[in-house]
Ligand binder design. Structure first.
Ligand SMILES: [Zn+2]
Ligand SMILES: [Zn+2]
Length: 224
């Protein structure tokens, strides 16, 4: 297993297949000072590891205030109910994926052999953009339908760099998992247009500088 690490300034990676559990997506943390936000929560078997990884980085888990859910697939949402119960975090997701989170519908759990425990979505993002204030950071959320109907990405400018939490850019784009490849192609172009300097991808970690971010997203857009 790899250690959790600082990506850039107040951005950390605290989970992932080789950081917290083999089934986990990449789990990122944004430290806003008095409060912190997680981006996704892993597949559900790594709750304790995610909490201890925060502590290893010198971050106080009690400052965790919200979790931004990029989409309703089990590898990103399995520990949401634990964080909600034990840290009383606010769960933020797009309204089009919120029903799956609250009712436990199609979240691809069978494919991972994990049972999903539903959670309450406290803030349902509507439409195509929303700004969130996370302590000292302003985070822009954008709707990027394609991987699922309610997929979202988020970005912020920090220390002269644009950091993009790009979600599952690599796909897969299986219609039976809620994907729409034509919409995904448009959404990936939106992500390219953001001209991010650092990409925090949904499973494959960190890409930088801007030219690498662009070519990484471009290869998947071109394949659709
Ligand atoms: Zn994923
Ligand atoms: Zn996914």
């Amino acid at each position: 297993m790899t250690k959790p690490f600082k990506v850039w300034r107040d951005v950390y990676q605290i989970g992932g297949a080789d950081i917290s559990h083999p089934l986990d997506c990449s789990v990122y943390l944004l430290d806003g000072g008095e409060i912190m936000m997680l981006i996704d929560a892993g597949a559900g078997k790594s709750f304790d590891t995610l909490v201890s990884n925060m502590e290893k980085l010198g971050l106080d888990p009690k400052k965790l205030n919200s979790i931004l859910v990029t989409h309703a697939h089990i590898d990103h949402i399995g520990s949401l109910h634990r964080f909600q119960k034990e840290f009383n975090v606010e769960i933020i997701a797009h309204e089009l994926d919120a029903e799956a989170l609250e009712k436990g519908g199609e979240v691809a759990a069978e494919a991972y052999g994990v049972r999903y425990v539903p959670c309450r979505v406290d803030l349902k993002i509507q439409g195509s953009t929303q700004t969130l204030q996370v302590g000292r950071h302003k985070v822009e959320v954008i709707h990027i339908p394609g991987h699922t109907a309610g997929s979202i990405a988020a970005y912020l400018d920090i220390g002269g760099r644009r950091v993009l939490f790009g979600q599952d850019i690599h796909g897969p784009y299986y219609p039976e998992w809620g994907a729409d490849p034509a919409l995904a192609k448009l959404s990936l172009q939106k992500l390219i247009d953001l001209k991010a300097d650092i990409l925090c991808e949904g499973h494959f970690g960190i890409y930088q500088p801007a030219s690498e971010v662009r070519s990484y997203i471009r290869q998947y857009a071109d394949a659709l």
